[in-house]
Design a protein around this ligand. Structure first.
Ligand code: ADP
Length: 254
């Protein structure tokens, strides 16, 4: 394994994306935050530390790309010619994309440490880190290794239902215990956007994220509706901001 480096010191802002459980759209939100920042003119890195379920490469249709090594470390995979958004994920390092990562904690933690030290981000404005669901050993490794770089903090993703909101409550306490600042809560899948008329219907309950934010005195960053165009974009690895300009979910993301 290569010696540890210090590429994070060139990164201006670090945002960690957390969720209490899987399937609430954490990776989708992380990828759309990264894309949104790129379209706002920022240079962005997106680091996928969800080692057992890396979905970021597929969301950008770069699954088949390989990581290149240079003397300074690992070069991210860029999704655009101008190199405005670079992605790093264990998905690029697996010889077979369907391989399961069956590793014990220490090996996972060593991989995360290497991702945090050895990726050559080249003076990016924002590093967005997509984490596994829940509060695991991997989260502690991320937070411990970020401490000396003063990360901006965590964005917590929840769906509106009480069961998901309850899991985010644990994430909030986790952030407080580990002294990771909380940027705010996003309520994802908040209403369904009809693909025909664009009308938003509240399939699940609404407002769980916002009331949790109030209860914990943390910022509420907004609601993202369930938008079939967003599902399609992440399934096909398309740039949602380019492919579906004017969609309701894009307005929410901006
Ligand atoms: P997680 O990372 O929390 O496990 P994902 O981001 O992988 O969840 O999302 C699970 C699925 O839900 C994906 O197919 C994604 O396209 C879809 N999805 C997530 N958020 C939305 C949304 N707001 N609108 C439409 N589809 C969404």
């Amino acid at each position: 394994m290569a010696a540890s480096r210090d590429h994070l010191s060139t990164v201006r802002h670090v945002i960690v994306v957390l969720s209490g459980k899987g399937g609430v759209g954490k990776s989708t939100v992380a990828s759309q935050i990264a894309l949104g920042l790129m379209h706002a003119g920022k240079k962005v890195g997106l680091l996928d530390v969800d080692l057992c379920g890396p979905s970021i490469p597929k969301m950008f249709n770069v699954e088949e790309k390989d990581i290149h090594q240079c003397p300074e470390g690992w070069l991210p995979v860029y999704i655009d010619k101008e190199q405005r958004l670079g992605v790093m994920s264990i998905g690029f390092l697996l010889s077979n994309k369907d391989d399961a990562v069956v590793w014990r904690g220490p090996k996972k933690n060593a991989m995360i440490k290497q991702f945090l030290s050895d990726v050559v981000w080249s003076n990016i404005d924002y590093l967005v880190i997509d984490t596994p669901p829940g509060t695991t050993d991997e989260h502690l490794t991320v937070i411990e290794n970020l401490k000396s770089y003063n990360p901006d903090g965590a964005i917590l993703v929840t769906t509106p239902q009480a069961v998901a909101v309850g899991d985010v409550r644990r994430e909030l306490t986790f952030c407080k215990k580990t002294h990771l600042p909380i940027i705010g809560i996003i309520e994802n899948m908040s209403g369904f956007v009809c693909p025909c008329c664009g009308e938003v219907t509240n399939v699940f309950s609404k407002g769980g994220g916002e009331s949790l934010a109030k209860q914990f005195s943390v910022p509420f960053l907004g609601c993202i509706p369930l938008d079939p165009h967003l599902t399609q974009s992440t399934e096909e690895g398309r740039d949602f901001f380019e492919a579906f300009k004017g969609s309701v979910a894009i307005k929410a993301l901006q």
